[in-house]
Write a protein that binds this ligand. Sequence first.
Ligand SMILES: [Zn+2]
Length: 69
Amino acid sequence: MSYQALGTTPLERLQDRLNREARVCPACRYEDTENGWQAVTSGSRVQYRHICPSCGEISKRELRLGSRS
Ligand SMILES: [Zn+2]
């Protein structure tokens, strides 16, 4: 398996990582295999939100765009 083709931008890398690692609810350990993360874009930021269908726990991740150093 090669991961090199995946995630060419920071955004894609984050998405890829979320989809692989962050599907298990930290509160109740429910593994959500159906609903992915919802992306909310606002200006230079992208916020990802995932609501656990089992207990309603909200997980968030945030990515800042355009801050390449
Ligand atoms: Zn949960």
